[in-house]
Design a protein around this ligand. Structure first.
Ligand SMILES: Cc1ncc(COP(=O)(O)O)c(C=O)c1O
Length: 511
């Protein structure tokens, strides 16, 4: 359907068309999806949709108009504050998603630092594994990123954090947990550092906010991850993730209301009226707030504890199952429900090719880079599919082992190439091109699985593929060689890669 029909169609017909559009979507209702979706069951979903519908047209833009929405917001903020031990002065608001919450935090700490310390060249310290929302926020709000490498446990490296603190630092970020590997950063230590240097420390608990507290209440031993850690000034937590709300609800909280003031926007003399807004959005979706409020009340503390227990049991089964597959290994020690795993022999048993096999079996699995890995975000809904997932994983490994060429077939090719060829500027430019084209009117589906189109390396396949396999064996080899050779101009980079690669391969053969 490319244009508006001249005359309106019957509702049934429109709904049938709507259904048909989803035919190729990830099969989340059968729990075959390991990211993006938090789906309990049909009855619960219907309940949430009823709550949503009741306030679907209500608008949280003006918090004095729809008092209902402000009450939902107050309750959601209060409940989240209690869960995360934000203290008596906790102040915050509801946002539309984790990304909005994270971006708001960047703006808040930037403006707070400008007001209180007159910082005009703001910098923020984040780890490599901070959610991409923080990188987006830094770009949108003009804050320089100081990106910290990981320590040997895949946590933000504290020694490296210390090195990056300076008079322009407006905030330090920790994640609980981070998205890629599900690792909880050392929040207590980050808080202490922040306190010592008088720098705000924010905890991105978007994915963990409605899981970690209930895991703890169910008896799990976790490191400090919330406001109980002295020095933590703010947190973000998504109700539309492990809170099992409808999409469109996250929360940002500060222990000190002074930060929240720096978040708010006020235009008192606008011809449209006195205007004040706590978040990025203008119109704020009443349905999402109502559904989140309904989710919290319908699940209750005990309901969430039970869900957390089930999630942990599923995560343990998956972790143990992966440990029993000798060709695979877990990355780090993920304590909650997000995990990642990689191949112990990336060349002969390529992890992205394993991902393709799993995809062919109907599983929807995210792929990671630096290091190459597959990802799973486990929920209480996965209970009945854990065994099937592990059996398919075993089969997938068997099908891929001994076939290095599979790294360059199917969707695996994209990640093999993008993750290992240091063609950053070219890849970024080509991804942008493909993406933007996908938004031109009349465009079809966006296809980012064509590695050659993304890197523009069609002609160099033979040698480049060998090179990529070398880099899989020894990650970073190519980047180092290129830096050493000082090949930097975009136009000659591909050729440079090939030339250096030929050298590396020749050297390897001589040994
Ligand atoms: C740690 C973390 N922060 C932020 C986000 C962004 O959340 P959203 O997708 O709701 O924008 C995510 C999403 O998975 C996340 O895992």
């Amino acid at each position: 359907m490319k244009t508006i029909p001249e005359y309106g169609l019957p509702y049934e017909e429109v709904l049938a068309q709507l259904e048909a559009y989803g035919a190729e979507d990830p099969d989340y209702k059968s729990a075959k999806t390991w990211s993006l979706v938090y789906y309990k069951d049909a009855e619960y979903t219907h309940f949430l949709s009823q709550a949503f519908e009741k306030y679907m047209s209500a608008n949280g833009l003006n918090p004095t108009a729809f008092k209902s929405l402000k009450r939902f917001e107050n309750d959601i903020v209060a409940f989240t504050a209690e869960l995360l031990h934000a203290g008596e002065n906790a102040t915050g608001c509801v946002t539309s998603c984790g990304t909005e919450s994270c971006m708001l935090a960047v703006k808040t700490y930037r403006d707070y630092a400008r007001q209180t310390k007159h910082i005009t060249h703001p910098e923020m310290i984040v780890s490599q594994t901070a959610h991409v929302a923080w990188f987006k926020g830094a770009e949108y709000f003009g804050v320089k990123l100081r990106v910290v490498p990981l320590d040997e446990n895949y946590r933000i490296d504290l020694r490296e954090v210390k090195k990056r603190i300076n008079r322009n630092t407006i905030m330090i970020l920790g994640s609980a947990p981070e998205y890629p590997h599900g690792i909880i950063d050392p929040i207590a230590e980050l808080g202490a550092l922040g306190k010592k240097h008088n720098i705000p420390v924010h905890v991105d608990c978007c994915v963990g906010g409605y899981l970690l507290p209930f895991m703890e209440q169910a008896g799990a031993q976790l490191p400090l991850f919330d406001f109980r850690a002295p020095g933590v000034t703010g947190m973000t937590a998504d109700i539309h993730k492990y809170g099992f709300a409808a999409k469109g609800c996250s929360c940002i909280l500060y222990a000190d209301p002074a930060y929240f003031r720096a978040q708010c926007f006020v235009k008192h003399d606008w011809p449209g009226g006195v205007f004040a807004s706590p978040a990025l959005l203008g119109t704020r979706p009443g349905g999402a707030y109502a559904a989140a409020w309904a989710a919290i009340r319908a699940n209750g503390r005990q309901g969430y504890i039970e869900m957390a227990k089930q999630t942990m049991e599923n995560a343990d089964r998956i972790r143990n199952g992966i440990r029993e597959i000798p060709e695979l290994e877990l990355i780090g020690d993920p304590l909650c429900s997000l995990i990642s795993y990689r191949s112990v022999d990336p060349v002969n048993c390529n992890i992205f090719a394993i991902g393709d096999q799993m995809q062919a079996k109907g599983w929807h699995i995210d792929r990671l880079q630096h290091p190459d890995a597959l990802h799973a975000m486990i929920t209480c809904a996965h209970t009945d599919v854990v065994d099937a997932y592990l059996a398919d994983l075993r089969e997938a490994v068997d099908a891929v082992r001994g076939h290095p060429e599979l790294a360059f077939k199917g969707d695996a090719a994209t990640y093999s190439v993008v993750g290992h060829l240091p063609l950053d500027r070219i890849v970024k430019k080509n991804v942008l091109e493909i993406f933007a084209k996908g938004y031109e009117t009349g465009a079809g589906d966006i296809e980012l699985s064509d590695g050659a189109a993304i890197t523009g390396n069609e002609k160099l396949d033979g040698i480049v593929n060998k090179l990529i396999l070398k880099d899989m064996e020894k990650p970073g080899l190519l980047r180092k060689s290129i830096t050493a050779a000082k090949v930097s101009a975009v136009g000659v980079l591909s050729a440079g890669v090939a030339a250096i690669g030929a050298g590396i391969i020749k050297k390897g053969k001589k040994k």
